[in-house]
Design a protein around this ligand. Structure first.
Ligand code: SF4
Ligand code: SF4
Length: 173
C-alpha cells in the first residue's frame, strides 16, 4: 500500500500576530540567513536550532514550538542577538514564546525546578553546606541577609508569588 502523502502544514497568522503583539516586534525582520544558529552555543550541544524556531514562529506553527524541549535550551547568552544582520531581538522572541508556553501549561523541567526553588526560598540556587563553608571562610554570616534569614522578606515573597499566580504557573504540566 502506498504511503499516505504528508500533508503540508498550514500557517497560523493568528499565533504569529500574538507572538509579535506580546513582545516579538522584530520577528518578521528575519530573512533566515542562519547566522544565529551558527553562533549558538546551545545548538552545538543539542538539537536546538534557533533559526528554525524563528521560522516556525513566523509561520505560526505553535504546536512545533510550545510543547518542545527546544524552547528551553536557549541560555539567553545574546550571541545571536549581537550577530544578527537584521537586528532581530532573538532572545526577546524566545522569552515571549516561553511566556506563552508557560501560560499554556508547558515549562522545561530544569526551569520548573528552579522556579519552584524561587517560590519556596526566594533563591534559584540553594544554599548548600559547601556554600555555607565558603561563606564562613570569608568571614561572612552563614546565611545571607536575604529571604534566607529574613522571615518578613520571605513572607512578602510568598505573598507576591501567590498574588501574581506565579506558583500556579510553574506548577503546570
Ligand atoms: S541571524 Fe537574524 S536574520 Fe539570520 S536567521 Fe537568525 S534571526 Fe534570522
Ligand atoms: S541567546 Fe539563545 S539562541 Fe541565541 S545564541 Fe545564545 S543560546 Fe543560542
Amino acid at each position: 500500500m502506498a504511503e499516505e502523502a504528508k500533508k503540508p502544514k498550514i500557517p497560523n497568522p493568528e499565533f504569529t500576530n500574538q507572538v509579535i503583539a506580546e513582545g516579538a516586534e522584530t520577528l518578521n525582520l528575519c530573512f533566515q540567513c542562519g547566522t544565529c544558529t551558527g553562533s549558538c552555543p546551545s545548538g552545538r550541544l543539542t538539537a536546538f536550532r534557533v533559526r528554525k524556531m524563528i521560522r516556525r514562529a513566523q509561520l505560526g506553527f505553535k504546536d512545533d514550538i510550545l510543547p518542545t524541549d527546544d524552547l528551553w535550551f536557549c541560555t539567553t547568552c545574546y550571541t545571536c542577538h549581537e550577530r544578527c544582520p537584521r537586528g532581530v531581538e532573538i532572545p526577546d522572541i524566545v522569552f515571549t514564546l516561553r511566556n506563552i508556553a508557560v501560560r499554556e501549561g508547558y515549562m522545561g523541567d530544569a526551569h520548573k525546578r528552579v522556579a519552584g526553588l524561587l517560590t519556596k526560598t526566594g533563591h534559584m540556587v540553594p544554599l548548600t553546606d559547601e556554600y555555607k563553608a565558603i561563606r564562613k571562610k570569608l568571614d561572612l554570616p552563614e546565611l545571607p541577609p536575604t529571604t534566607l534569614s529574613n522571615e518578613k522578606a520571605l513572607k512578602e515573597l510568598k505573598k507576591i508569588v501567590s498574588l501574581t499566580g506565579f506558583d500556579k504557573l510553574v506548577g503546570g504540566k
